[in-house]
Design a protein around this ligand. Structure first.
Ligand SMILES: [Zn+2]
Length: 441
C-alpha cells in the first residue's frame, strides 16, 4: 500500500468511524436540544437540498441513472415521496416482482422492495444478492444511488447496451451477468428517520421509536437500527467490558441497541426478507461517508484456524471485542477461509471499481478493523445460517460512499458535486459486487 493511500485512509478514519463522528463516540451529539432555527439553517447551508414535489409523478415517470443516461441531473436528494414514487415507477415500467414488507414502522410507514433479474421466471430461490440503503437517516443519497443503479441495469438490459460510470465501463454481457445473479433491493430501511431528518436537518441517525424516550431529551427517541440485529445483540454478555463499545444500552446514545434483538419493525423486515429468500449469499448495506468498503465479521476480527473459537461457544462469552486486544485476550471470530477470502475479494473489488470510476480513493477492509459493532446488519445473514435460522451463509459487506462535508455541521449531508460523484462511484461499486457474486457464487 502506498503512503498517500494510507494517509487518505487515516484521514477518513479520523473523520468518521462506523458512521459516527468523534463527538458521538464520546456520547455527545452534533446537534443539542437547544437547536435554533439559525442552527438548523447552518446545518443545511452548503449541502444538497431535499427535493420538493415528485419528479416521478406518483410512479408515472421512470428514474434514470447516470450509468445509462450520463447527462442526468441530480441537484436535489429524493424526498420520501420520490423514493416511493421511483420504486413504484421501476416496478411498473419493468414489470418487476416488487413487494411490501409486513412490519410497519412506528409512524406506520411501509418498507418496499424490488427484485431484479434472477431468471426468466424467478422464484424466491432465484435471488442471491440483497442490497439495502437508508438505514441511517442522515446519510443522504443512499436510496437515490440504489434506485438509480436499478434503473441503469434495467434500461441497459432492455436496450442491449452497456453501462458507463466515469472511468468504468461495462459491456452488455456484463449487464446481463449482473442481473443473472438475482438482486433484491431495499432502497429505504428507515423511512421514519429520513422523514424526520429531511424535515429538521438535525443530522438524525436512528429510527423514531419513542418507547424509551425520556421527556425533555429528544436524543432519547429512536433506536440505531444497525445495532438492533441479532448477532451478539447483547454486547454486555459477549464483549469484554473495556475497549470500544460495539453498541449502547443508553437510549440517548447514537448507537442505542433497542429493547431486544429485532425489537424494531425495520430490522424485522430485513430478517423477513432474508427468511423469504433462502439462497441469498451476499448482502450489502449502503452507508456514508467514510470512503471505504468493509466486510464481515462486523463485531470482531477474523480467524480461520480454530472453529471452536466462535460466538456460540460459552467459553468465550465476555471475551469478544477489545480491539485491539487490551488484556491479552486472543479472541478472534472463526470464519471459513473460503468465506473470508470471498468477502475480502468482494470488498477490494467494489472499492477498486469505485476508485477507478472517479479517482476518489476507496479501500476495502475488514469491518471490525474499522469499528467493531454488535447487532449489525452486515452479520445478520451469516448469523442466521450459523444459528439454525435457515438460509445459506450470507457474506456481509458495508459500503461507505462519499466523504465528509466540512461546510455544514452535519458532515453526512453531501454537496451537490459530492452527491453526483457518489452516484457514479456507487454505480460502479454495485456492478462490481454483482459481477463478483456471479463469479464466486
Ligand atoms: Zn451508516
Amino acid at each position: 500500500m502506498k503512503l498517500p493511500l494510507l494517509t487518505a485512509v487515516a484521514a477518513h478514519l479520523l473523520v468518521a468511524s462506523g458512521c459516527l463522528l468523534d463527538i458521538e463516540r464520546q456520547g455527545g451529539h452534533v446537534v443539542d436540544r437547544r437547536s435554533t432555527l439559525h442552527r438548523r439553517q447552518a446545518l443545511n447551508g452548503s449541502s444538497i437540498p431535499i427535493s420538493v414535489g415528485d419528479r416521478f409523478s406518483d410512479g408515472k415517470s421512470v428514474p434514470q441513472g447516470v450509468g445509462f443516461h450520463p447527462t442526468g441531473n441530480f441537484s436535489t436528494v429524493y424526498n420520501l415521496a420520490e423514493i416511493d414514487s421511483a420504486t413504484k415507477a421501476l416496478c411498473r415500467e419493468f414489470n418487476l416482482p416488487c413487494f411490501d414488507t409486513p412490519y410497519k414502522t412506528y409512524e406506520q410507514r411501509t418498507i418496499s422492495g424490488l427484485k431484479l433479474g434472477g431468471s426468466p421466471h424467478p422464484t424466491n430461490a432465484s435471488y442471491t444478492v440483497l442490497i439495502s440503503a437508508g438505514i441511517h437517516a442522515r446519510e443522504r443519497g443512499g436510496p437515490d444511488h440504489l434506485l438509480n443503479f436499478a434503473s441503469d441495469l434495467l434500461h441497459a438490459d432492455r436496450a442491449g447496451t452497456g453501462l458507463t460510470y466515469g472511468g468504468m465501463s461495462y459491456l452488455p454481457s456484463e449487464v446481463r451477468t449482473a442481473l443473472s445473479v438475482g438482486v433484491v433491493l431495499l432502497p429505504l430501511l428507515n423511512p421514519d428517520g429520513v422523514a424526520h431528518d429531511h424535515a429538521t436537518n438535525l443530522c438524525w441517525r436512528k429510527n423514531r421509536n419513542p418507547a424509551h424516550a425520556v421527556p425533555g431529551n429528544p436524543h432519547t427517541v429512536g433506536v440505531d437500527l444497525n445495532r438492533n440485529f441479532s448477532p451478539l445483540w447483547n454486547h454486555t454478555k459477549y464483549f469484554v467490558p473495556k475497549g470500544p463499545a460495539p453498541a449502547s444500552d443508553d437510549p440517548a446514545s447514537e448507537i442505542y441497541r433497542g429493547a431486544g434483538p429485532l425489537s424494531e419493525p425495520e430490522t424485522q423486515d430485513v430478517d423477513w426478507v432474508m427468511d423469504k429468500h433462502r439462497n441469498l449469499g451476499w448482502f450489502m448495506d449502503v452507508h456514508s461517508m467514510a470512503g471505504i468498503v468493509i466486510h464481515g465479521w462486523f463485531h470482531e476480527s477474523n480467524q480461520f484456524r480454530d472453529p471452536d473459537m466462535n460466538f456460540r461457544n460459552e467459553e468465550y462469552h465476555g471475551k469478544v471485542g477489545a480491539y485491539p486486544d487490551a488484556d491479552g485476550t486472543r479472541y478472534r471470530e472463526f470464519i471459513e477461509a473460503k468465506d473470508w477470502d470471498a468477502m475480502s475479494i468482494a470488498a477490494a473489488r467494489v472499492a477498486g471499481g469505485m476508485t477507478d470510476s472517479t479517482g476518489t480513493t476507496y479501500v476495502g477492509l475488514p469491518a471490525a478493523d474499522f469499528t467493531p459493532s454488535s447487532g449489525s446488519s452486515g452479520d445478520h445473514g451469516m448469523w442466521r445460517a450459523l444459528t439454525g435460522k435457515g438460509g445459506k451463509k450470507v457474506r456481509g459487506l458495508g459500503m461507505e460512499f462519499g466523504g465528509s462535508n466540512r461546510g455544514v455541521e452535519c458532515e453526512f449531508y453531501p454537496t451537490v458535486q459530492r452527491h453526483q460523484m457518489s452516484m457514479i462511484e456507487t454505480g460502479a461499486g454495485f456492478m462490481e459486487l454483482l459481477l463478483n457474486a456471479a463469479r464466486l457464487g
